[in-house]
Write a protein that binds this ligand. Structure first.
Ligand code: PEP
Ligand code: MN
Length: 452
């Protein structure tokens, strides 16, 4: 049976209507915005950004839409990861290379061990704004809200929100994406480098022996991979600061279904747990964009609430239009996820189900460091797989905070990082990340889960 293409059969809207609807959306209340409404540089920076080229283009974003539609149909797997908060100081070749290398390594491990096509998305080139639970930090200073807003240094002046930082965030995103695109181009990421990374893990990690079979398979496959291969990697970040996000919206006048608005700030924006108010600006803003949209769903969300979000964000029921990024906690995922999955599946929306096993499994050590236990992270992923297996739905993806650098921010893993061991290299500007070895160990466990 021929089905109608929802993109081509939708009513055409004029460019003017689209921008009117966008501005109306942005008049709704928005949480977590920097306190800079009256700053003299605000309007000027927004105008300057609006004149600059977009960082991402409609055709790339449409390609990601087709990739995510395949995930939603149960034909592919979504891997998303990167820093909790990117920083301007870490816009270095070493850091970007380390994170991209790790993402490619995880993608190759997943796809080659399971046969599943993998769609890879970095938390990068724009992940510079953070929502905060408290307006002030433990020292009574205004909270650090990401390099796009203020500085991490504990100095009252530098903690004042500064709209100029939006321009810096754009520039840092631009140079990051430039290197990422180059690294993914033909020949710039030789399989030999990947083989060396896997060999390093096989020999250096205590988990090397446990996964010796899979690692040997990977090594054999890569030996015969053409050195001029290229990779496909999309960008994503939390669409939090609406002055920045609005300034980078661009019109695609040539879309076959009529003009469309795209975020030119990223391929894949997501809405965070703290800004998903049903009547708020973030949801209304995302609804106006043609980009695929991620939505974080925490333990407080009800099934009814989630289906109302989908009604707003996915009125045409396009497979993969929305990725529901569930973050329930290892102790609650098995109880809280099933009613949501049942309600959504019954509603006819074809979403990507993605597990974020990081954000509801945080804890604070006696020394006051934010951390997460590797075993709880694994347990939430395990619970996510169990629920989807039980309900016959596709456990479509994984959303991780990670870096390829050898940091010590999460506890456990094969290296058995202990609370006192966290001090060795605890560098995150916000939440604790898995290091390269921990991320690969988790991914190999997930590959086993996917193999069933
Ligand atoms: C994040 O992804 O860094 C984040 C803040 O997540 P959440 O909105 O799920 O708390
Ligand atoms: Mn985080």
């Amino acid at each position: 049976m021929l089905t109608e293409n929802p993109i081509l059969t939708r009513p055409r809207e004029s460019a003017e209507d689209l921008f009117t609807a966008l501005d109306e959306a942005l008049r709704k209340p928005a949480r977590q915005q920097p306190d800079w409404a009256d700053h003299p540089a605000r309007q000027r920076t927004r105008q300057d950004l609006a004149l600059l080229p977009p960082l991402t283009l409609p055709a790339e974003i449409d390609l990601l839409r087709t990739r995510l539609a395949a995930v939603a149909r149960g034909e592919a797997f979504l891997l998303q990861g990167g820093d909790c908060a990117e920083t301007f100081a870490d816009t270095t070749e070493a850091h970007i290379r380390a994170n991209v290398s790790t993402l490619v390594q995880l993608e190759v491990a997943l796809t080659r061990c399971t046969g599943w096509p993998v769609v890879t998305v970095g938390r990068l080139a724009g992940q510079y704004a953070k929502p905060r639970s408290q307006p002030q930090d433990a020292d009574g200073l205004p909270s650090y809200r990401g390099d796009l807003v203020n500085a991490i240094e504990p100095d009252p002046l530098l903690r004042q929100p500064d709209p100029h930082r939006m321009m810096l965030a754009y520039q840092h995103s631009n140079v990051t994406l430039n290197l990422v695109r180059a690294l993914c181009g033909p020949g710039n990421f030789p399989p030999a480098r990947l083989r060396a990374l896997f060999a390093g893990f096989a020999e250096g990690s205590a988990a090397g022996e446990r996964f010796a079979g899979l690692l040997a398979e990977l090594d054999r496959g890569l030996r015969y991979t053409d050195r001029s291969w290229s990779r496909e990697l999309f960008s994503s970040h939390e669409a939090l600061v609406l002055d920045y996000e609005r300034a980078l919206v661009r019109l695609d006048p040539d879309h076959p279904g009529g003009p469309r608005l795209y975020s030119g700030a990223t391929h894949f924006p997501w809405i965070g747990e703290r800004t998903r108010q049903w009547d708020g600006a973030h949801l209304a803003f995302a609804a106006q964009l043609a980009n695929p949209i991620g939505l974080k769903i925490g333990p407080g969300a009800t099934a009814l609430e989630v289906s109302e979000y989908l009604h707003r964000l996915d009125p045409h029921k396009e497979p993969g239009r929305v990725t529901l990024i569930t973050r329930m906690g290892s102790d609650r995922v098995r109880a809280l996820l099933p009613p949501i999955v049942r309600e959504v599946e019954a509603s006819g929306h074809r979403v990507v189900w993605q597990c974020d096993p990081m954000h509801a499994n945080g804890e604070v050590t006696e020394c006051g460091r934010k951390t997460r236990q590797f075993d709880r992270i694994v347990d939430e992923v395990q619970g996510f797989f169990e629920v989807h297996r039980l309900l016959g739905t596709h456990p479509g993806g994984l959303h991780l905070e990670l870096t390829g650098e050898d940091v010590t921010e999460c506890l456990g893993g094969a290296a058995e990082i202990t609370p006192s061991g966290l001090a060795r290299r605890y560098e995150t500007a916000c939440d604790p990340r898995l290091n390269g070895d921990q991320a690969l160990e988790l991914t190999l466990l997930v590959a086993e889960m996917l193999r069933g």
